[in-house]
Design a protein around this ligand. Structure first.
Ligand SMILES: Nc1nc2c(ncn2[C@@H]2O[C@H](COP(=O)(O)OP(=O)(O)OP(=O)(O)O)[C@@H](O)[C@H]2O)c(=O)[nH]1
Ligand SMILES: [Mg+2]
Length: 628
């Protein structure tokens, strides 16, 4: 440790001046450090912490040498992480055996000046010799922003040197400014006083605006967009409205395509009946493959439209803003914004969502996120929701451009989110007790989503969906069809009731009957553990097996459900699928990520419990309202 300690290291004549690089994360401190010190670096650890202490020698133009220290990025002097604590301790000279730096080089990202000036003011208010390196001016110029270093120097009362660390631009000027800072009474010239966070934000805004020489139209537009989209209350409202529009579109735009696909499946069934001799093979193709798997595939248009919006939000740079907005809201339920991306991925599928929780450092944050991820409405639920909504909710308008079907779909997604937030709230107060940690992220630039990337992403999502239909859904449906087809029913008996599958389902039916579920639903719940869409395929296959004739067999699932189920049962079925952990792969991934069966069991227990209770409440309420 002593070799890293400038106070005791063997040195020529006088101890070299200590110069510390301070600034927000990603300002380019390490890049500047490397550019200035080259190979003359030493790496050690700060006493008592695992944070690296990187120091190196730099020759100044006045002939002296300085010891340069690269510090971890920080947002504030009242530290919240070990990294930030080291920075604060070094800057304030609180480390034992470590002298306070003689000069502070404050590294600011020219492209994020306003944000970086918030912390910068805290440093300058310390009244120590300070030099500002206005770094990354190349990036700012590329983005159409030209800054005036003199104006900024004037506002701050410290020298400002424009630099491009990675191109070694401005290094001579910077070392000259460091040399000149020696022995000066900087406190006389500093214009920044100690202020609270809010006042510093206001001042940062004014100083950043005052330092702009010219700004391109696009940059100004993006800044204005952020003002609106990140506004404390307009931002969440816009996000909410956008999601609302998305779910309207999923129904309004997909219906003609879904109807056409349904027509194709019906036509294929007719064709099979006409060409394949009646018997086992014909039944297998019509009941098992076409009715079962076909009933899932018809939801491809909905999946594609939903993902077109999600991908466009990601690629345009809006998604990071949504995460930022959600961070504030999630803090209320004890989650950090770091959970947002895993939870967002869970809208596609909980499996990548749960794997993405590896980026959450806090173990309790992470566990909470894993436990609530299955409540986010994954795309496998979409076919289940869509088939029930199309069959039971009239396609009427409840307002200009607002369809009732889209509204119900939106409501189901919101129900999942609300359920997840409430679950987080309860979990954070009980099993995963602890404080939430905030997060700050850099916002990507706005851009039009590149059409090629968008189409590629859509193709990948569509392919994942179709592959599931061709593999897991196909397999489970075929097995179910076999179990549904034997033994053959006697006269007057229904085939699905008499079959092996039907007899197994009868056991389950006893349990789910009180919440309004019928025999067909009970039959669909077990195979749907393999994947939620299988519930749709199972229902379709069951009704096809029981169909009186070929015409009835070629009929789509929706009209059959509408004829056979009460609205109360349909609503209870939706409520069940909002909450129930009907997915073995998710449970398996949760086991792997938590190293044991305890947490997956907790997850299954609380989710099945909630699903049962809420499906029941939905059913009993609906019946009381006369919808049974
Ligand atoms: N174009 C450009 N890129 C830069 C410049 N300075 C740094 N970078 C890049 O910006 C990124 C972040 O730079 P770092 O030097 O690691 O930032 P840092 O301030 O040390 O970040 P932390 O250690 O996380 O606080 C790296 O990819 C650098 O290559 C610059 O002047 N121009
Ligand atoms: Mg660094």
């Amino acid at each position: 440790m002593s070799e890293a300690d400038p106070a005791t290291a063997p040195q020529a004549a006088a101890a070299p001046r200590v110069v510390a690089l301070v600034g927000n994360p990603n300002a380019g401190k390490s890049a500047l450090f490397n550019a200035l010190t080259g190979a003359r670096q030493k790496i050690a650890n700060y006493p008592g912490v695992t944070v690296e202490r990187k120091s190196g020698r730099v020759a100044l133009p006045d002939g002296t040498t300085a010891e340069l220290i690269d510090l971890p990025g920080s947002y504030a002097l009242d530290a919240s992480s070990p990294d930030e604590e080291v920075t604060a301790n070094v800057v304030m000279g609180r480390f034992a055996g470590e002298a306070a730096p003689d000069t502070i080089v404050l590294v600011l990202d020219a492209g994020n000046l306003e944000q970086h000036l918030v912390f910068a003011q805290e440093i300058i208010a310390l009244k120590r010799p300070t030099v500002v390196a206005l770094n990354m001016v190349d990036m700012a110029e590329r983005d159409g922003l030209a800054l005036d270093p003199a104006a900024l120097a004037d506002a701050l009362g410290v020298p400002v040197v424009p630099t491009v660390a990675v191109r070694r631009r401005g290094l001579a000027e910077l070392t000259a400014a460091i040399a000149a800072s020696a022995g000066q009474d900087m406190t006389l010239r500093h214009k920044v006083e100690r202020l609270g966070l809010t006042e510093r934000r206001v001042a940062a805004h004014a100083m950043a605006a005052g330092a702009i020489l010219s700004e391109s139209h696009a940059r100004r537009l993006h800044a204005r967009l952020d003002k609106v989209l990140l506004h404390p209350w307009a931002g969440p409202l816009i996000l909410f409205a956008l999601l609302f529009v998305i779910f309207q579109a999923v129904f309004a735009w997909a219906t003609p395509f879904a109807d056409a696909l349904e027509g194709v499946v019906g036509w294929l069934i007719d064709l099979t009946v006409a060409t394949v001799p009646a018997g086992f093979v014909q039944d297998f193709i019509t009941q098992g493959v076409l009715s079962g798997v076909g009933s899932v595939v018809v939801f491809l248009p909905q999946i594609v439209i939903l993902f077109a919006f999600i991908l466009a939000m990601e690629q345009s740079g809006y998604m990071a803003r949504a995460a930022f907005i959600m961070d504030r809201l999630m803090a209320y339920v004890g989650l950090s914004g770091r959970s947002f991306i895993p939870l967002l991925s869970s809208f596609a599928c909980a499996i990548p969502g749960i794997m993405a929780t590896r980026s959450i450092a806090d173990p309790k944050d992470r566990l909470t996120t894993i436990l609530i991820a299955p409540l986010m409405t994954c795309s496998a639920r979409l076919p289940v929701y869509a088939v029930i909504i199309a069959a039971f909710i009239p396609a009427t308008a409840v307002g200009p451009g607002i369809g009732l079907q889209g509204l119900v779909l939106f409501g189901l997604y919101v129900a999942g989110i609300v359920g997840a937030m409430l679950a987080a709230l309860v979990l954070r107060r009980t099993v995963t007790k602890g404080a939430a940690s905030g997060f700050i992220m850099e916002m990507p630039k706005y851009q039009w989503p590149p059409l090629g990337d968008l189409l590629l992403g859509l193709w990948q999502r569509a392919w994942i969906f179709l592959r599931r239909a061709g593999t897991i859904i196909f397999t489970v449906t075929v097995v179910l069809w076999l179990l549904l087809s034997f033994p053959k029913a006697g006269p007057g008996e229904s085939q699905s009731e008499a079959s092996i599958a039907g007899q197994i389902a009868s056991g389950l039916e006893v349990i789910v009957e009180p919440i309004g579920f019928n025999h067909e639903i009970a039959l669909s719940l077990i195979p749907a553990m393999a994947a939620r869409e299988v519930a749709v395929a199972s229902l379709a296959t069951t009704y096809a097996v029981d169909a009186a004739d070929e015409d009835a067999q070629a009929q789509a699932l929706g009209p059959r459900l509408a004829a056979d189920w009460s609205l109360a049962t349909a609503l209870a079925f939706l409520a069940w699928f909002v909450l129930a952990p009907q997915c073995l792969s998710t449970i398996a991934v949760a086991r792997r990520e938590t190293n044991g069966w305890k947490w997956p069991m907790v997850m299954m227990g609380y989710l099945f419990g909630l699903a049962y209770i809420f499906a029941g409440l939905t059913y009993w309420t609906a019946v009381a309202l006369g919808l049974g």
